[in-house]
Design a protein around this ligand. Structure first.
Ligand code: ADP
Length: 237
């Protein structure tokens, strides 16, 4: 049904929707975020991708970021928070965004939440048994041109080692080695408890098992996000 409009202002039927994806390294967060972005039409913001790009720059900042990432440590909150504010202020985020990898600490969440329309924010907490994580991360390969994520165990490209879309050789992330992955998991386990409780207290967290077929998980997530997008129109009224 059409709402009344005086003919001058464009009708705003939906508010922005923010999706926060939580989950350990290797749970498939990045793959799911990219897929969701295509199916629900929200911008995908990956702090890992933004930081990897910044780390390639031959500057003091770039080198600092690179050394943190290689060690499996977190980049300082202030830097990541500023990065996200800058990115979400761009016009393509007017309808909201999918935040992949942010917030990752309680301080980042405390910083972010006052800036979000909380009734239109949904936190999807992906959970997976630790046993499968290692295999997933160590098997991950990425296209340096388009960022598409493959896996040598579960999601192989048509031609081994090459991206289906760009035909360029796939790469393994420098932080996807056993030592760094263990450190990243430790870091994650330390941060996730307070972060998950924070979102639970706000009543915006949903726990989802990521230990399933990626296509099934993708459709489950898109149903949840579409429902949030539909509800956002009602929230505006
Ligand atoms: P994963 O979730 O598999 O570890 P990401 O691509 O999300 O992969 O992140 C890679 C690395 O980038 C992290 O180990 C960390 O060093 C850095 N990073 C990404 N997001 C954040 C964040 N929100 N805060 C601090 N560091 C971050």
């Amino acid at each position: 049904m059409l709402a009344e409009n005086d003919g001058r202002k464009p009708l705003k039927t939906r508010g922005p929707v923010f999706v926060i994806l939580l989950g350990p390294p290797g749970c498939g967060k990045g793959t799911q975020a990219r897929e969701l972005s295509k199916t629900v039409g929200l911008v995908h913001i990956s702090t890992g991708d933004i930081l990897r790009k910044a780390a390639r720059e031959d500057t003091e900042l770039g080198r600092m970021i690179q050394s943190k990432m290689t060690a499996g440590e977190l980049v300082p909150d202030s830097l990541v928070c500023q990065t996200v504010v800058t990115r979400t202020s761009e016009p393509d985020c007017e309808s909201g965004a999918i935040l992949d990898g942010f917030p990752r600490t309680l301080d980042q969440a405390i910083f972010l939440c006052p800036k979000l329309p909380l009734r239109q924010t949904i936190v999807l907490n992906l959970q997976i048994s630790r046993a499968v994580l290692m295999q997933r991360v160590l098997g991950r390969r990425t296209c340096p041109a388009c960022g598409e994520i493959y896996n040598i165990h579960f999601r192989q490209p048509r031609m081994t080692g090459f991206c289906d879309r760009d035909s360029v050789p796939l790469e393994r992330r420098t932080d996807d080695n056993e030592v760094t992955v263990r450190q990243r998991l430790l870091e994650y386990e330390e941060q996730i408890q307070p972060l998950a409780s924070f979102f639970k207290d706000m009543n915006i967290r949903q726990d989802i098992s990521a230990d399933v077929d990626p296509a099934a998980l993708a459709s489950q997530l898109s149903v949840l996000v579409r429902a949030a997008i539909d509800a956002s129109g009602k929230n505006l009224g």
